[in-house]
Design a protein around this ligand. Structure first.
Ligand code: NAP
Ligand code: ZN
Ligand code: ZN
Length: 347
């Protein structure tokens, strides 16, 4: 075991503050990583503040981790000391259920283990995430990171990237498809870049008119302010797929009506409040209301390789660890362009 500096929420209502955690010594299949950068996902905020009512305290968030391997266990084949490495939202799963066998570890029927606020399968306690100096993870859950792209801008791919890549791939989005991205935040801006790279015609639906220029720069063909009812009504029946990344309560029915027949509203945003869906909106156009969770390990590596090949990274604002609480407040106000990333050298 070794002591590692971290930042933790001790309870739902207190700001994150320095805290020391213990990391296990690498077991035969473990990789020990010095964390260089960690992205700040809205899920970190939901969890730190117990908005999903399942947080175990103290809580060390962070699941967009990139760093350098410092040590490996005797049986590790895929990594060696000095390699770049990434860790996303998962650090373990059963590996035996049908979903795990298909490489869909995020849907493990026996419960995948989250990088933070997860229960270790060996009963050793709760997992602590990337707001820390180092992490020890089984090699099966460690990703290879290209040295061609800026590391701080790669970090958000480990959650925001894969969470938007996976549904676009699952529903085979490509040329000829009209895709709307609802909410231009961390996930949303990656959704735009990825959908555009796959050939889709992308519309950004946002609450913030100040984001129009950015939407176009990111590759979107169109931008619509969702409060501009006259403009939104023109979009009725327009989209094949809407990627809903909104983190707070909103009216799903309104957006369902923007789908064409057989269109898909895929929720990746996870507001803490239950959704109210009018079944008539689904029945009338045989529309689909569905969700998608991050991505499995194979697909996450595929996404990282795809991004390296297509030169796709996140737009980031690098912050010091001590500024995390202010970053959370700014994220809540939509004041981030488009992902905060913590420079772990500042911890
Ligand atoms: P974010 O950067 O804060 O972006 C969320 C965006 O939602 C904002 O930029 C804003 O876009 C819009 N929004 C915020 N408050 C709103 C409100 N009250 N009404 C309408 N729109 C609002 O967050 P993120 O990191 O992208 O995460 C988004 C959501 O996805 C969170 O709930 C997070 O927990 C969830 N998530 C899910 C998965 C998964 O596997 N499914 C993975 C990661 C994250 P505009 O300013 O453009 O309107
Ligand atoms: Zn996340
Ligand atoms: Zn499983």
């Amino acid at each position: 075991m070794s002591s590692t500096k971290s930042y933790a929420a001790q309870e739902a209502t207190t700001p994150l503050a320095p805290w020391t955690i213990k990391r296990r010594s690498p077991k035969p299949h473990d990789v020990e990583i010095q964390i260089l950068y960690c992205g700040v996902c809205h899920s970190d905020l939901h969890t730190a503040r117990n908005e999903w009512r399942n947080t175990v305290y103290p809580c060390v968030p962070g699941h967009e981790i990139v760093g350098r391997v410092t040590a490996v266990g005797d049986h590790v084949k895929k990594f060696k000391a000095g390699d770049l490495a990434g860790v996303g939202c998962l650090v373990d799963s059963c590996r035996e259920c049908d979903n795990c066998k298909e490489g869909l570890e995020q849907y493990c029927t026996n419960g995948a283990v989250g990088t933070y606020n997860g229960k270790e399968k060996d009963g050793s306690g709760i997992t602590y995430g990337g707001y820390s100096k180092s992490i020890v993870v089984h090699e099966d859950f460690v990703l290879h990171i290209s040295d061609k792209l800026p590391l701080e801008a790669v970090a958000p791919l480990l959650c925001a990237g894969i969470t938007t890549y996976s549904p676009l791939r699952h529903w085979k989005i490509g040329k000829g498809h009209k895709v709307a991205v609802l909410g231009l935040g961390g996930l949303g801006h990656m959704g735009v870049k990825l959908a555009v790279s796959m050939g889709a015609e992308v519309t950004v639906l946002s609450h913030n008119t100040a984001k129009e220029e950015d939407a176009k720069r990111l590759g979107a063909a169109h931008f619509t302010l969702v409060s501009d009812i006259k403009q939104v009504i023109k979009l009725k029946g327009a989209f094949d797929l809407i990627l809903d990344t909104v983190s707070a309560e909103h009216d799903y029915n309104f957006y369902l009506s923007l789908l064409r027949r057989d269109g898909i509203l895929v929720c990746v945003g996870l507001p803490p409040t239950p959704a109210q869906v009018q079944v008539g909106k689904l029945v009338s156009g045989r529309r689909n209301f569905t969700g998608s969770s991050i991505g499995g390990l194979t697909e996450t590596q595929e996404m990282l390789d795809y991004c390296a090949e297509h030169n796709i990274v996140s737009d980031v604002e690098v912050i010091a660890m001590k500024d995390i609480n202010e970053a959370y407040e700014r994220m809540l106000k939509g004041d981030v362009r488009y992902r905060f990333v913590i420079d772990m050298a500042t911890l």
